[in-house]
Write a protein that binds this ligand. Sequence first.
Ligand code: GDP
Length: 444
Amino acid sequence: MSKPLVAIVGRPNVGKSSLFNRLVKSPMAVVAETAGTTRDRVSTEVIYNDRPLILVDTGGLEPLPESAIEEQVQVQVEIAIQDADAIILLMDVLDGCTPIDDQIAERLRRTEKPVVLAANKSDNERRAHGIADFFRLGLGEAIPISAYHDVGISSLMDALFAALPEQVGPVEEDADIPALAIVGRTNVGKSALLNAILGEERAIVSDIPGTTRDALDTSLLYRDQRLLLIDTAGIRRRGKIVPGIERYSALRAIRAIYRAQVAFLVLDATELVTAQDTHIAGEVADAYKGAVVLVNKWDLASELGLDQASYMEHIRSRLKFMPYAPIRFVSALRKQGIGEALDAALMVFEERGKWIPQNRLQSMVMTSLSEHQPPGKGRRHLTVRKVVQQGVNPPTFTFYVNDPELVHFSYRRYLENRLRDGLGYRWSHLKLQFKGRGKHQRAK
Ligand code: GDP
């Protein structure tokens, strides 16, 4: 079953990102934290009472700076209606029902998607009385919550899970078939690239029944290997997309990222790496997916006086949090570098599927610990009893330690680098989790 995607919508300042952060930090939620992305997250996978979901703060998606607030909110709502499995409409109990809330509700009443209303800033009972005001929206009762003071969060989550359909979206992909997503800003050449891949002479579009779980995915045979290309950003249904949304297709990209094992992050050679490129890359990293950076439009490089070495250096400095991602230079227009791009994705996929023998893993980690002692907090020092490879795709390692709180960001990074070098995970993002005993049991 694919993980349900839940979008938080609402006008600015009602507390969408506070709610997002509260859900991420909730002791009931197990969140895989990634170190190293220097940005505000907009999406995350949360496991709540053993049920996973992907949570998206639509307020943090690609902004449309020149448009009015009403318009921005409407676009967020349209995106949520198109791409989410359920929607949380967040409002502010202090402001009561505002005209924008009315507008949003009017649109949400016309969707089949489950909608849960939450009235934020209901810090106390007196304030919570204000929820009565939202009843006129015709979307059921609002749940009083306070993202800031951690009130009502479990009621909200219970209501959300109750509203979600049992089975959402396409079934989970077959983990043995590499699923690739093409993501990137508008106009970097994603659809041109998709066409170039489909036209690649070694790639045969196959219609083996059962290989395509989503009508928009494409099943390919490349060098006798089956692959799945996941449709992103409505690449092939551009015509149907409402203006504004096309520029704002981040939610679909997020869903594609979570479904994929490896993402092609497409950049435009004629431009420097932008903040938005970094955002998208960050989503890929936070989801622990494989990444291949494709510098497209490289046919224009000589005209622009670009060389690969300096462009690569530029990418590495902008995408510091994914030093492992291979970089390939391509031209979708001239169909150059396409085979190399696919080869890189397969190389990443293969590496992510690798199991390490237990004794090799354990001795590798023990050596790393002795070569660089973990820093302590006061007199307490981190000790590691055991390391176990928990899984592949992403390669996941669980460290059994005395206290996960003693694991510093920089030490986590040190361990990840050592595992990468020592165990031959050159191109992969590794997931490290730390588990303690007793009161420190919560994974970090
Ligand atoms: P998308 O929004 O990311 O799907 O981008 P498109 O595939 O629609 O491409 C945006 C523009 O870039 C179009 O005008 C393409 O013709 C152009 N383009 C795409 N790939 C290349 C390339 O490799 N070289 C050059 N010179 N132009 C390209």
